[in-house]
Design a protein around this ligand. Structure first.
Ligand SMILES: C[S@@+](CC[C@H](N)C(=O)[O-])C[C@H]1O[C@@H](n2cnc3c(N)ncnc32)[C@H](O)[C@@H]1O
Length: 298
């Protein structure tokens, strides 16, 4: 089979599921992944033959795409904040709005440092619900002097996060913890005895079951529900527990950053206020949705 015929097959077989541009983008990602060829190569060598054994990979990928498996899980990698990340169905695929959270944090920290006219000092940072490790790793990469700890309840997610730290050559202390269960915090490892943290960040599960109908099948059928969903009647459960944890474990003037449910901006802000956080800021993402909140504890 030639490149051109295979491309035509992808366009035909996926036509009723995805727009043409998206199919072409899947195709070139797969060609790049398995053959190391660029879009230009595809255009210049339409009659290049694809070996029989390689074709099987494309047929499997086509089948996965027909089942709405995300392309990132098919090729096993994605990009976050300009860095490469391994992903599989044990971790949420990092989202652009989470890149905005990282960008916001880095801007704030740079502003603070320049206001203090200080060299960036060693920051102790904790990422709660690290998943692929994207937030922790992007911060560590951009704040080389920081000491970063990251926790998750999922052993499988932590394995991927660990591999991502190696891939990106950063040193992160990963700890398996259930943030909702203070007993595991006290009895298992020593997170509460760690030095206090200057910054605690979390993108916890925040999608209510009632919002399921807004979620497309590629997410619903393939991404880990442990990473996504919370009960309708207690959607801020993680924010509540993490804010309490932060009050015990932040340094003076320590900062908390959250990614939030777009429909719960006011409620999340109120929760932080009630917990005693100050200078609370709510920030919108590139789509204009309430998506991030930050507070200081002093
Ligand atoms: C929305 S995902 C965020 C993943 C990653 N930080 C990101 O931004 O892409 C939430 C993460 O919280 C983890 N998680 C769920 N329940 C938890 C719990 N009780 N304690 C610690 N982590 C938990 C999930 O395994 C998942 O990795």
């Amino acid at each position: 089979m030639t490149l051109l015929k295979l491309k035509t097959k992808f366009l035909e077989d996926l036509a009723n599921l995805y727009p043409k541009e998206e199919i072409l983008s899947f195709f070139s990602l797969l060609i790049d992944f398995i053959l190391g060829l660029s879009k230009v190569d595809i255009a210049l060598h339409p009659n290049r033959t694809i070996e029989e054994n390689t074709l099987n990979f494309f047929y499997n990928a086509l089948n996965d795409l027909q089942n709405e498996k995300p392309i990132q899980y098919i090729i096993g990698t994605t990009e976050f904040y300009g860095l490469p990340f391994y992903v599989n169905n044990n971790v949420l695929i990092p989202r652009p709005e989470t890149e905005e959270l990282v960008e916001w944090m880095l801007n704030k920290l740079n502003l603070q440092n320049s206001a203090l006219k200080a060299q960036p000092s060693t920051l102790n940072i904790l990422d709660i619900g690290t998943g692929s490790g994207c937030i922790a790793i992007a911060l560590a990469k951009n704040l080389p002097d920081a000491s970063v700890v990251a926790i998750d309840i999922s052993t499988d997610a932590l394995q991927i996060a660990q591999q991502n730290a190696l891939l990106n050559k950063v040193n992160i202390n990963f700890i398996e913890h259930d943030i909702l269960n203070p007993k595991t915090l006290q009895s298992s490892s020593n997170i509460e005895q760690h030095l206090k943290f200057d910054i605690i960040v979390s993108n916890p599960p925040y999608v209510r079951h009632l919002e399921k109908q807004e979620i497309t099948d590629n997410v619903l059928l393939h991404e880990p529900h442990l990473a996504l969903f919370v009960e309708n009647d207690n959607p801020l459960l993680f924010y509540d527990k993490i804010a309490d944890f932060a009050k015990r474990n932040l340094t003076e003037n320590g900062q908390i950053y959250f990614e939030i449910n777009q429909y719960l901006g006011q409620e999340t802000t109120r929760l932080l206020k009630e917990k005693g956080f100050k200078n609370i800021e709510l920030k919108k993402d590139f789509l204009g949705n309430d998506r991030m909140v930050r507070g200081i504890y002093f």
